[in-house]
Design a protein around this ligand. Structure first.
Ligand SMILES: O=C(O)c1cccc(C(=O)CC[C@H]2O[C@@H](n3cnc4c(=O)[nH]cnc43)[C@H](O)[C@@H]2O)c1
Ligand SMILES: [Zn+2]
Length: 340
């Protein structure tokens, strides 16, 4: 099963830019900025990436954000993340980027956009992996961060070609979703898809807010949706996909154990479930591992895993010919694997 997953062509829809910095990338960035408190030795880093709760996770996350100080750091991170995705046969990835965190730390906004775009094009040429961006508001940083994020996402002189969606991340407790409605309205009017995190660390009412106020087309996590049968039915009926990240939910203590993860309930309710890695090195995982976890929790064989991979293609903000090509590649791979 592991070998099947390793070779399976995949799409990753919920993975954070900075949260994808592997020990290899962290070491390279830390060597450039030796005053950083982020450890570079992989064992110490694994310890550093052990979280007591969600707030602790965000604190550590921001210390890694502090390692990215120049456009060249941004380019290196983006290109190397693409390399790590390509090694897992990820053909298409929507990377969640928080431009506000970088521009407020002094990186020039135009140089930031050029760095991610340059890395995107180079990665597609070298690895064949197609990258697209989701710009997210770090909600806890307040409405100023929302204002700035939507400006960076919609100003024609800045907006990068690879940008497809608009998100909302960070802690949910004390950060009500409805206050971000005007910014999502503006992003949607500019042609971006709405993909807020919701129901990761708060209840199903946050997911309803994401749908009703922010017009979410997919939900980041949505874990607590399982507590509300009407919500599950709504998600299923409207094909609003959940971006499920099982290991992340354990690492941030949003869910107690993998066996208690509600992914099975989502599938039983007919919700379009996609499996994703969120902040893979920080959670000691990668997309292949998340597929293996899902296979165990959902009791999937190879055909079931191929369906999961095709769910991500269906939910992706990729054009129809691109979707058809990737879905066909998944089918061809699976048939060849199962052929006698
Ligand atoms: O950049 C700042 O200065 C800043 C100030 C206050 C608050 C924040 C944040 O809350 C940043 C949060 C950061 O976390 C990212 N992220 C990564 N994984 C997850 C997740 O599973 N759930 C929610 N957020 C996540 C998110 O993209 C933000 O960039 C920043
Ligand atoms: Zn996330």
């Amino acid at each position: 099963m592991h070998a099947f997953i390793a070779g399976l062509p995949k799409a990753e829809l919920h993975v954070h830019h900075v949260g994808s910095a592997s020990p290899r990338i962290v070491s390279e960035l830390a060597a450039r900025h030796p005053d950083s408190k982020v450890p570079t030795d992989p064992e110490a880093l694994a310890d550093y990436f052990t979280f007591t709760d969600f707030a602790h996770f965000i604190q550590v996350y921001l210390s890694v954000v502090d390692l990215i100080r120049t456009p060249e750091d941004v380019r290196l991170l983006t290109f190397e993340v693409a390399r790590d995705l390509a090694r897992q046969q990820v053909r298409y990835a929507e990377l969640t980027i928080t431009p506000y965190s970088s521009t407020r730390r002094g990186i020039d906004e135009r140089a930031f956009m050029e760095a991610i775009e340059d890395a995107r094009k180079a990665a597609e040429a070298e690895f064949g992996t197609v990258l697209r961006w989701c710009f997210d508001i770090p909600g806890e940083a307040g409405l100023v961060s929302a204002e700035e994020t939507v400006r960076l996402a919609t100003d024609d002189r800045l907006r990068p070609e690879g940008l497809v969606s608009f998100g909302l991340g960070g802690p949910e407790v004390g950060v009500p979703r409805p206050q971000f409605k005007p910014y999502f309205d503006q992003a949607i009017a500019a042609g971006l898809h709405s993909v807020p995190h919701a129901g990761e660390t708060t209840g199903p009412e946050t997911v309803w807010d994401a749908i009703n106020e922010l017009r979410a087309e997919r939900i980041g996590h949505g874990t607590s949706s399982a507590q509300d049968p009407k919500l599950l039915a709504h998600l299923a009926e409207h094909r609003i996909a959940l971006e499920v990240c099982p290991t992340s939910n354990i690492a941030t203590r949003a869910v107690r154990t993998l066996d208690e993860h509600p992914i099975k309930e989502f599938v039983a309710a007919g919700v379009l479930v996609t499996v994703n890695s969120d902040d893979p090195p920080m959670f000691g995982t990668d997309l292949n591992t998340e597929y293996a976890v899902a296979a165990r929790l959902l009791d999937l064989d190879e055909r079931g895993l191929a369906v999961l991979a095709k769910n991500a293609v269906e939910a992706a903000f990729l054009d129809e010919p691109g979707k058809a090509r990737l879905a066909a590649e998944i089918d061809t791979y699976t048939s060849a694997w199962l052929a006698p």
